[in-house]
Ligand binder design. Structure first.
Ligand code: MN
Ligand code: MN
Length: 457
């Protein structure tokens, strides 16, 4: 494929548009650092763009804009086209990101420190999470059923939390010989949470006692309310421009909220679609799509069935199966970009490059394509036709060299329904780190490409 760095050919006017688009993207992600927050922000945004709750609809007609919020962690938006039965054009991405979840009994005291015990979520390099400021986000239900939403550690005047690392001076025996995966071990991912004891010799854990009293006073939280909570520690701070030329964006959670954001922006631009179009933002992808807010549920059937039951007189389950079978999907997820420091893991002819546009991964499994959704040539050529016609910049790129490693996406769960599916998304550097890097050019081209995909007939 004859591709090149997109920045070479942009006009000044285009650059201004791209940089402005990036500003809006950064602001959106700064306000949505967990799947729950992303759904909350997105539901508001959908309403502003004329979408209404599908469960409140009595009927549906062409041009209607509807959404479904699944338990606050997974959201789906749809614009009804000329019909539904001929298949839906869907862009599916995930809004959960790797992080540290608090354990159900998180608070312990060691050496007069209150510590929060965590269990990491998704594929992380554990050492990256030590000695860096972290914020706590999530919800906690009190005994009376009241829901408390928390975000501590994002504003300048709020405290942050941190996993203590060992100083290099004393790391010789305890850490220096460990393998990279164990530089910090899972059980060592404990957050510093407090250090002030109460003055009461009858209490055993005086620091713990002090912070529990503070949590009760400030938030109404009791010790055992952590059982009815979902609290996530994520990197504190905002997305930033990277590079003296400001060509890149660095920050947490771009896998895969960059795809969620661009697909939503594309959807808002669609006026009167021929095909019914859908943005499906799922949860739990990073732990293998398990759970009732993940894609590995019957929610696709529930939603498409709902659409059909509101539009078809003689709705039956065969119509549902045919509609899904006729549908087309981009499993829209980020891929690995050529890393200038670690070139050896990539096959240079088959790697995506930063600033080369939307990257198609024909398959994501790398060890004998095991567990991969191996997209068919027929579907790819359909996409190529319409992308070339609309001058969309794209590239093909796999994950790494054969047998080098590999990862999975939601593609195979879509393919299960017979939905023609291919993985496509922007490439990132430092994926799954606390500071993932994307290209502003790719961000913008991904949005343009998604708009065109919705028009696929
Ligand atoms: Mn992903
Ligand atoms: Mn991921």
């Amino acid at each position: 494929m004859n591709r090149e760095n997109l920045w070479k050919n942009y006009t000044e006017k285009e650059k201004i548009r791209i940089f402005k688009f990036a500003e809006e993207y950064k602001a959106y992600l700064n306000s949505a650092k967990t799947e729950r927050e992303f759904v909350t922000v997105t539901e508001e945004e959908l309403k502003k763009n004329g979408f209404t709750d599908i469960m409140k609809k009595k009927n549906l007609k062409k041009g209607d804009r509807v959404y479904f919020n699944n338990r606050g962690k997974n959201i789906i938006a749809i614009i009804i086209g000329k019909d539904i039965r001929s298949g839906i054009n869907m862009i599916v991405s995930h809004i959960d990101s790797p992080r540290l979840d608090l354990k159900p009994n998180p608070v312990k005291e060691e050496e007069e420190f209150a510590l929060l015990n965590t269990h990491y979520y998704g594929g992380i390099k554990k050492y990256q999470w030590a000695a860096t400021p972290l914020a706590l986000h999530g919800v906690i239900f009190l005994k009376d059923g009241k829901k408390v939403s928390l975000s501590i550690g994002e504003k300048e005047d709020e405290p942050v939390f941190s996993v203590p690392d060992i100083l290099p001076h004393l790391a010789y025996n305890v850490q220096d010989e460990r393998k990279a995966r164990e530089v910090i071990k899972g059980e060592e991912l404990k957050l510093l949470f407090g250090n002030i004891p109460i003055k009461d010799e009858n209490v055993k854990n005086q620091v713990r006692q002090h912070i529990m009293e503070k949590l009760k006073k400030d938030y109404g939280i009791d010790d055992d309310d952590f059982f009815t909570a979902e609290l996530e520690a994520v990197p504190s701070g905002k997305l930033r421009d990277v590079g003296i030329d400001r060509s890149m964006i660095g920050g947490y959670g771009q896998d895969d909220r960059i795809c969620a954001y661009t697909s939503l922006k594309a959807l808002y631009d669609i006026k009167d679609p021929v095909k019914t179009v859908m943005v499906y933002l799922t949860d739990k992808e990073e732990i293998g799509s398990e759970g009732s807010t993940s894609l590995k549920t019957t929610l696709p059937e529930l939603i498409v069935g709902k659409l059909l039951s509101l539009t078809e007189k003689n709705y039956n389950d065969q119509i549902l199966r045919e509609t899904l079978w006729n549908s087309k999907a981009l499993s829209s997820d980020v891929t690995a970009a050529m890393n200038p420091v670690f070139k050896s893991v990539h096959d240079s002819e088959n790697v995506a490059r930063l600033s080369y546009g939307l990257a198609f991964a024909k398959y994501t499994g790398s060890r004998g394509k095991v567990l991969a959704n191996d997209a068919d040539a027929e579907f790819l050529q359909e996409i190529r036709q319409i992308f070339d016609k609309n001058k969309i910049k794209y590239q093909s790129g796999g994950f790494g060299k054969v047998d080098e490693g590999g990862g999975g996406t939601v593609a195979k769960f879509l393919a299960y329904y017979g939905i023609r599916t291919v993985d496509a998304g922007p490439a990132l550097l430092s994926m799954h780190s606390l500071f993932e890097i994307s290209s502003k050019a790719d961000l913008y081209e991904t949005y343009r490409a998604y708009k065109v995909f919705f028009e696929l007939n």
